[in-house]
Design a protein around this ligand. Structure first.
Ligand code: GAP
Length: 440
């Protein structure tokens, strides 16, 4: 039976079992940044492999890309992120905690997605006047006005001759806020070199960076994270048909490839849209550790906003010539965008099970799909005995050439099984005296 899973439980489990560690911990940590340990990397790689298989290897209309984290500064001006990728934050004057204004307003049923700052402050003031606006941490009613923060993370490259604050817009380099911009910048390279024809997709996996105002939800929302994005380029005439097709493909992936029960995922339709989007649906997962459904993946119609903007600002023609229909146009884009690190939390949340052993004792079992399990097989000698050990070790070395495998000869067979149950290992092999008579 699973007790109510909390964020603290999953965070300490992930650290204790070598999945995820707080970053820079010996210096007190760095908010919203995490490091991945041995099992965390293996799990992340398995989720990623399932995504590549479904998005590229099983299809013939998608190619891969790995674009750089840094791009020309104009990328983010053209994309609209320098002007519009903002979050409004508000501080408590008593406990000094910081909150997102849209999260505060949401509690009063006000959807502040993409709301201009002056309107956010107008709504907050109405709640201030009625005495309803309070700090969500200490209950104090003295809160600052909302201020807007751009979420892009800035730096500069080359030999810095100025302080960061003195850089001109042309000198600021941004760590990418979404991986897909690198795809748009390579659209021409790919159409020129890869014999692709509309409709086709380009996908990539990589790090993205956002100055999240609050980062208190473990790896659900971090300032450095990994995205897996696919941009599908098409003639707008088939947008709606392809959009519905892709929504189904992505929904099925959660059930068939990640083993998520269908009742634990749901759709959320966005009525208010990001500056680039013309339609947006999220796939949400019912995170026990967060107390309900939250976004894992966005499926967006981006129109021809991105390619038009990059064409306009760079001066490079990004039109596509459709030979079959003899027409030239800027393709429209349908994207699927999912946080890989957010999926790691989803898979752990879904798999984490505490089994009651009676007498106040319990054990953790990670009920994970075998294809996602970090370790596929563990081998143990039944007892501390040189012959058993040697045979078990040889078996383990053989298995290791094909699977992720572990060898454990610490002696207590119950404990060795339990350790593997905790990380979701589907197969454990114990070498006993009878095994010594078997030829492997
Ligand atoms: N290119 C579109 C885009 O980036 P988004 O809705 O901002 O859209 C897509 O992000 C996905 O990236 C989200 O559904 C989520 O899984 C993941 N993501 C976004 N911000 C994140 C963060 N701060 N930490 C972890 N994952 C994040």
């Amino acid at each position: 039976m699973n007790k109510k899973l909390t964020l603290d439980t999953i965070t300490s489990f992930a650290k204790r079992r070598g999945f995820v560690y707080p970053s820079s911990e010996i210096y007190g940590g760095l908010a919203g940044i995490y490091d991945y340990g041995h099992y965390g990397i293996l799990l992340k790689n398995n989720i990623q492999a399932a995504w590549w298989k479904s998005m590229v290897f099983e299809r013939d209309d998608i190619v891969a890309l790995d674009s750089a984290i840094f791009t020309h500064p104009l990328t983010w001006k053209a994309s609209g992120h320098v002007d519009s990728f903002n979050e409004a934050l508000i501080d408590c004057k008593s406990c000094k905690q910081r909150m997102r204004a849209d999260h505060l307003l949401e509690k009063f049923g006000i959807n502040a997605d993409f709301m201009p700052l002056d309107q956010i402050n107008l709504e907050l003031n109405k709640l201030r006047e009625t005495g309803e606006l309070k700090c969500q941490f200490c209950g104090n009613k003295d809160l600052t006005e909302a201020r807007q923060i751009n979420q892009l993370i800035r730096t500069n490259l080359g030999t810095p001759t100025k302080e960061l604050k003195d850089l001109t817009p042309e000198e600021i380099v941004y760590a990418r806020g979404e991986t897909c911009q690198g795809i748009y910048l390579n659209f021409k390279n790919i159409t020129d070199t890869m014999r692709v024809k509309l409709p086709f997709g380009i996908c990539q996996v990589g790090k993205a960076f956002r100055n999240e105002v609050i980062a208190r939800q473990f790896i659900f929302r971090t300032r450095e994270f990994e995205q897996m994005e696919m941009q599908y380029f098409l003639d707008p005439e088939i947008m709606n048909e392809k959009y519905e097709e892709w929504k189904q493909v992505r929904w099925n992936w959660y059930i068939n490839e990640l083993g998520i029960p269908e009742e634990k995922i749901s759709w959320k339709k966005h009525d208010k849209l990001a500056h680039y989007a013309s339609a947006a649906f999220d796939i949400q997962y019912d995170y026990s550790c967060l107390g309900g459904f939250s976004e894992v993946e966005g499926i967006h119609q981006r129109g021809n906003w991105d390619l038009s903007q990059h064409s306009k600002v760079s001066g490079v023609n990004l039109e596509y010539f459709d030979q079959k229909n003899n027409k030239k146009f800027i393709p429209h884009i349908m994207e699927t965008s999912v946080g890989l690190t957010r999926l790691v939390l989803m898979v752990l949340d879904n798999a984490y099970t505490e089994e009651d052993l009676g007498e106040g004792k319990s054990r953790v079992v990670l009920k994970i799909k075998p294809s996602l399990a970090p370790i596929k097989v563990a081998v143990f000698p039944l007892q501390r005995d040189d012959k058993l050990r040697e045979s078990a070790y040889n078996l383990y070395r053989g298995l290791k050439t094909k699977f992720t495998a572990e060898f454990d000869d610490s002696g207590n067979i119950g404990k060795m099984y339990r350790r593997q149950d905790e990380i979701g290992t589907p197969f454990c092999v114990t070498v006993d005296y009878q095994s010594l008579e078997t030829t492997w």
